[in-house]
Design a protein around this ligand. Sequence first.
Ligand code: ADP
Length: 385
Amino acid sequence: MADNPLVLVINSGSSSLKYQLIEPDSDTERAGGAIQQIGEPSSRVADHEEALRLAFEQLAETGIDLNSCGLWAVGHRVVHGGKDFYRPTLLDDARIAELEKLSALAPLHNPPAVQGIKVARKLLPDVAHIAVFDTAFFHNLPAAAATYAINRELAERWKIRRYGFHGTSHRYVSEQAAAFLGRPQEGLRQIVLHLGNGSSASAIADGRPVDTSMGLTPLEGLVMGTRSGDIDPGVISYLWRAANMSVDAIESMLNHQSGVWGLAGERDFRKLHAMIESGDVAAKLAYDVFIHRLRKYIGAYLAVLERTDVITFTAGIGENDPVTRHDALAGLERLGIVLDERRNLDDASGARLISTDDSPIAVLVIPTNEELAIARDCVEVLAGS
Ligand code: ADP
């Protein structure tokens, strides 16, 4: 192992490629960036190969040559690991072929990741490529939380269960929360609220997840930027029959034209708050629906955990939006949650406490860092191989 190994973390989405070059030993990000609008008509970036070449050029402009900087591994974020991939996995042709088979489970998310992996292996053939799965942390969810109450044989045959996503973030943030409180994971009961463009909640006891809001796909659960979260599955068959919509059109609507954006025409919470202030009724309803769903999940997880020690907010909205944090927890003093309004409004960065010192349940804000967690996973895989 090189003295200070560097790991390049790549997160390939359908139209974007984000990258970070990380020194896991010292938790430092050496460089990073994003290539957007891949393959879109107006874009000069035709595909993921061009995007990755562009990323390498950007790194070269900052003086980093990936072939000589001591790059040790490339960590790839892969959304769906299915039933079989739940450990960080060293990639070879056979494993990539297996990964490709999972695309039916995650048609919107896995194909771009696999494409990113193939291109990165082509451009960087001499380093290890490792996949880290968003579902991994939730692999051992208790059966009662992982099982959908549908025909058992059908579910088994088609591998239908709650997989859960954002696992790298929920794991990282729950570890950081325990460290912040100076307590071991053992005995600690946590709710983690990851609120970004995609949003999910999890309940964690003794460092192990006991429930999470996303399901077979990242569509279930909380209201999100453009995703509906929970809806009556009857809506799908109704739209199919009554509106004559195809399954693909319904899926696209639920993923890309729903959520806060579907209700208000805007998904950025900074703008949403401004719209509400200017009297926009649709924006107010979108926000109220978002908060209502969030509070339902908090209530559910307080019951699932029986006793909760800490609730942690993370990701774009969770880390930066005191109004959402306030509205998510307002009036829950009798359930043991007492927010300190001054601490909540303080726009400090970094891990921080936002409940009162004597709140029975501590409330924290902790910045997530999925890239660092992926880089650390890569180091662990290679150290053990
Ligand atoms: P992603 O899921 O794409 O990683 P992020 O976790 O970065 O998303 O969250 C992005 C979202 O965070 C934005 O769309 C916006 O709604 C919200 N956000 C970012 N900064 C702020 C802020 N200062 N106040 C309120 N919301 C914010």
